[in-house]
Design a protein around this ligand. Structure first.
Ligand code: AMP
Ligand code: MG
Length: 392
């Protein structure tokens, strides 16, 4: 049995980036992790650029200037300004070489081809110098960074159309339990509908892992061993649902052992999700998640997601908690750490939801956070800060 922080540390220490590299067009690279540094092929901006609508002036010792032309955004005009001359200019336009500042149009009186400035502007005012953001050859984004929408914009802005990214892991979900039926089938006595397969596939795709498959296995050592063997062959990461407790029909641990999966840890001092197992077979990762739906999902958010991100080589990967003020007093029973389904509110507050049993998903379906109360905590006062994980 390990503690929550030991389990997180063991995952961090044991999961190395195992992704391959692939080329992707930028438009299909959102949420992928860069596998190579990107250097800028151009300077940004590539020319001295006007930051405002107004007039570019070549200064002299008067507030009056003669307007000799116009440069709009995108125009290739390259007028030469002598001292005392100005051109009408617009945001984004190339600033003439001898212009030394842009005066904004709100501070200018124009009369035919003359302007009178209402105030003085400093040298370089409203001109973005060449390479203000990036110079040609500068690093734009580094390997290990996840490509966000802003990252797409940044890369597109320097003219990058293709990037080298880490492949995403293939995931196999192995669902165990003889009591489980598919939706649409009638339920006989003792049977329930299978829900972890759909739920885990959904949370995977929600987090950007679309290459997953669900395999079903009976509570039978031989059948289970064969199914797990197939999963280990076809996937990089195997998530098993159920069969990891201490019941007579819980064969997952034995089957994984028979298949040569090395156990990294088994059992975490937490609620829900105590019987969690994490193991490795060469580069392949295996999480055996408890079958109770809220346990399985909680373990996904805290442990599996971290491992998937480390597998991709994501340098930001961590199970980092944020802090919010708890809305009401909370008594925690027992000596295990707890992950509690919770909902964030205004002013950085968080409310613990009713219905925390590991078999229940109603509170989880309404939750956007998992509040973490460590082992030694037995009581938290209303308004005190508690750590939580964002889950949406
Ligand atoms: P287990 O971890 O196999 O002992 O299962 C614990 C509880 O979770 C039992 O009540 C199971 O019926 C339930 N359970 C296991 N797997 C699933 C599943 N895939 N969908 C819904 N409930 C499940
Ligand atoms: Mg079971």
């Amino acid at each position: 049995m390990v503690t929550v922080s030991e389990a997180i540390q063991l995952i961090t220490n044991n999961v190395k980036s195992s992704a391959k590299m692939e080329q992707r067009t930028l438009s299909s690279a959102l949420d992928n992790v860069l596998a190579a540094d990107v250097v800028s092929p151009i300077s940004m901006p590539p020319f001295r650029q006007s930051a405002m609508d107004g007039y570019a002036i070549c200064s002299h010792d008067s507030m009056e200037y003669t307007v000799v032309g116009e440069v709009a955004a995108g125009s290739q005009d390259h007028p030469h300004l002598n001292r005392g001359e100005a051109v009408r200019i617009f945001t984004g336009a190339a600033v003439p070489d001898t212009a030394d500042r842009i005066v904004i149009q709100e501070k200018v009186n124009r009369q035919e081809d003359h302007i009178l400035l209402e105030e003085a502007f400093r040298l370089g005012a409203n001109i973005r110098p060449i390479g203000e953001q990036l110079h040609k050859g500068d690093p734009v984004m580094g390997a290990g960074m996840r490509i966000t929408p802003a990252g797409i914009g940044l890369l597109a802005g320097v003219g990058v159309a293709e990037v080298t990214v880490a492949t995403k892991p293939r995931v196999a979900i192995v669902v165990t339990g003889d009591e489980l039926k598919a939706a649409g089938e009638p339920l006989n006595r003792g049977q329930i509908y299978e829900s972890n397969g759909a739920m885990l596939a959904a949370v995977l795709s929600d987090k950007g892992y679309n290459d997953s498959q669900v395999l079903k296995a009976e509570d039978d050592l031989e059948v289970l061993t064969n199914t797990l063997q197939q999963a280990l062959t076809e996937a990089d990461v195997v998530l098993v649902s159920g069969g990891i407790s201490v019941g007579d029909y819980d064969f997952v641990k034995t089957a994984l052992n028979n298949l040569g999966v090395q156990q990294v840890f088994y059992k975490v001092k937490q609620k829900p999700g105590k019987p969690l197992l994490f193991g490795k077979k060469e580069q392949k990762l295996v999480f055996a998640l408890p079958g109770n739906p809220a346990s399985a999902l909680s373990c996904f958010y805290v442990y599996v997601l971290l491992a998937l991100r480390l597998w991709e080589g994501d340098k930001q990967a961590s199970s980092r908690f944020q802090f919010a003020k708890i809305e009401s007093n909370y008594h925690k029973k027992g000596d295990r750490a707890q992950f509690l389904k919770a909902k964030k509110g205004a002013d950085n507050t968080v409310a613990i939801l009713d219905g925390q049993a590991s078999s229940m998903l109603q509170s989880f379906a309404a939750a956007d956070a998992l509040v973490f109360l460590d082992e030694e905590v037995s009581y938290v006062d209303q308004e005190s800060l508690v750590p939580y994980l964002n889950i949406l």
